[in-house]
Every structure is written in C-alpha cells, then in structure tokens.
Design a protein. Structure first.
Length: 179
C-alpha cells in the first residue's frame, strides 16, 4: 500500500459515474493561473466543475514565461478549433489568483533565499522575483506582465484576484481588460 492507494480507490468511485466532457471552449471561458499550495483549490473555492476551466498551477501562481507560452498555445488552439464558429471577439479570460500567507514569502528573506538557491540550483534573483509577500501587488504586476506580452492574443482578457487563506474569500484586485 502506498500513499496513493486511497486516492486510487476514490478514483474508482469517480470513474464509475464519469461522463467525459467534449473538446470545446471551457464552460466558463476562463483560464485560472494560481499557486500550487494545497490550501487553495480553485475548484472548491470557485465552485468549478469538470470542464469549467483549465487551471495552471505553479509556485506562487506567478505569470512566468512558461505560463505565457501555455496561454498563447491555448488561445491559438481555441482560435483554430472554434474561431470559425461565429464572430469570437473574445476567446477567454485569464484570472490570475495569488493568495495570502504564500510560502514563497519566505524567499524575501536573503538567508532563506540563499539556502533555497543552493538546494534548487535556481539563481537567487529568480527566487526573489517569485516571492509573494503582498499578493495584491504581485497579482497586479503579473496581470501587467501578461497584458504586456506580445504573445497574448488581443482576444484574451486578463484579471487579477486574491484568495484569502484565513476566510476563503476571493476578491478582485484588477478588473478584466484586454491588451
């Protein structure tokens, strides 16, 4: 028995009543970018169901080049598959969601950051850049970074939000807008 065994048993229950979602635009026309922290589950916090929205999760929920590349590909795919079905002037919204009490906040401490750099092989400056000490400020910066990317389709809008670990509430920090 491994730690995965109980989850595989739960999966059997899930699979017994499973109906696959068809390929199409997500039901909410939304992509969520958020932290991989186990205390935030966008499906639970936002009431999402299977097929409602793709979720991109990484350390801090930061908009990295990899996230920009993923969003660019999803926009290209949506345009290719569904662009001919009526006049799509908007493909989807990207909701960037940072959260309070983020573990990346420890990276603001030079000593911790130095140890993290030695342990991970990542440059200290790169680690410092992902630190989320003020989620309102970092989510605003990440929304601006995504909006400024020349790769972002003009048919994609971007918004920024903050999830409060203490209350479970999500508040809007940056209203949705197009590049």
């Amino acid at each position: 028995m491994t730690k995965m065994t109980p989850l595989l048993e739960r999966n059997e229950q899930f699979a017994s009543g499973y109906t696959p979602a068809g390929l199409g635009l997500p039901a909410t026309q939304l992509i969520i970018v958020t932290c991989l922290d186990h205390r935030i589950d966008p499906a639970l916090a936002l009431g999402l169901q299977l097929g409602d929205a793709p979720v991109i999760r990484n350390v801090g929920g930061r908009v990295t080049q990899a996230v920009i590349d993923d969003i660019n590909f999803l926009a290209f795919l949506a345009e290719q598959l569904f662009g001919g079905q009526g006049a799509l002037d908007s493909l989807f919204e990207v909701a960037v969601v940072h959260h309070t009490q983020c573990g990346t906040g420890f990276l603001a401490d030079p000593g911790f950051r130095r140890q993290a750099a030695a342990a991970t092989g990542r440059p200290e400056a790169e680690l410092e850049a992902v630190a989320v000490t003020d989620p309102h400020a970092t989510v605003t910066a990440d929304v601006e970074r995504l909006l400024a990317s020349p790769l972002l389709s003009p048919k994609v809008s971007v918004s920024g939000h903050v999830y409060d670990i203490a209350t479970g509430r999500v508040t809007t920090a940056v209203d949705a807008r197009h590049p």
